[in-house]
Design a protein. Sequence first.
Lengths: 169, 311
Amino acid sequence: MSEETPKQPVPVDVRAIHQLVRLMKRYDVTAMDIDEGGNKIRLRRRGPELPSGSYVVNAPIAPVAQLAPSLTAPGLTASAPAPAPAAVPTGSVIESPMVGTYYSASSPDLPPFVSVGSVIRADSTVCVIEAMKVFTDIPAGVAGTVIEILVKSGQSVEFGQPLLRVNPA
Amino acid sequence: MWSGLGPEMSVVRADLGELIAFGYEIEEHPLLGVAYRGPAHRLCPDQIEHELATKVIGRRIAVWDRVGSTNDLALRAAASRANEGLVVLAESQTQGRGRRGRSWSAPHGTSILMSILIFPAEPLTLLDRLTAVGAVAVAEVVEEWIRAKAQIKWPNDVRIHGKKVAGILVEVDRTGGVVIGIGLNVNVTSTDLPEELRDTTTSLQDLTGTLVDRSEVARALIHRLDYWYTQGLHPDSDQLGEAWKLRSEHVGHLVRVELEEGSICGRVVDIDLKAGLLLEEEATGATRRIPSVMIRSLSPQKLVEVVDPGC
């Protein structure tokens, strides 16, 4: 708890980066540079239709490491893999935006928000995730029909963990 | 006495009549005049709002008699950002929620059941702080009334000598609205409580020995919530984390932590809003950092009970 001496860079919390990436997606931010306590983080993403994989994280490898700009230039690493993963027949997946405990209903005696076959809109709540007693409603983000629920109520979920499979409308 | 007021007398009379009708205890004497003898048994919106002077919280105050849940009403208002700062209070609720699966109920007119609506920037990155805002604000208000230290059980129950006086439930809406729901036992007596809760629950009246003016408690709570919301949420400030840690009842004590992969017992070396727990494991003596979000629950362990095979 010694905030007075920020000489040594503090290790970056991976979850913090995950959250940043999620916020970039959410607000459609394509580029972000952060310089904090000796850590430089550069995040880039291509577009809203390519959710992940298109950002480059320059987490602190060593205090000295100011990686050559070419390494982190936008798009370089990102455009290497084939941009179109060719329409996956299994539908799109709703991922957990955070770490926490997954709940399928807002209360144990209430019916779940969605079940297999439910028709959802992009703004439908599909579940609630709890972390530190804060309960967060999770929107679908995609319209369609639920074809599979991949987690159980009460289960811990990780950032990016697939929660539901949806057949987009 | 009365005649001294001249023509104003009828106005004062009418005002007094209204206060009495609302439920304030006012004693009248034909010669000595009138005296305030005690608060109304109901929450009084005017008393709560009078010269409140907060920045955000309390811009609008709604007092209800009986609602499903104050959190639900506040969440409904989250549809419009114009409702930021809304405070919903109720005398009783029929579907109050505590921690998942448990209900929160109290006899009519005995508690503070309050939900506030705020729109912090980036609620998801602030989970730890949102939890603490309610806990610290409630703990401070409780301390003001009982003139003793209140403790916070991880992450946000407020307890006095191990007995719960308040619980907090935070919900984040899809619109980015955050509702902090508070249930604070004020004028609840042990006879009001179900048998199984008497040893684990207390109230301001229990602790002070007097009937407490709930409207004043609500005012104080709004003030502290407004303070921490406007000052304490800033990521560069660790004031909130310090206030939270200062009241943590776990530092130096044995706890059992439930993680997804199982539970561990150990002594809490340090507790930090951002970094989580620093735990000295009972079994190995090793010190281990556990991020807050990984902790499903945390319960204090009494020394004599460490025979638990799970430890």
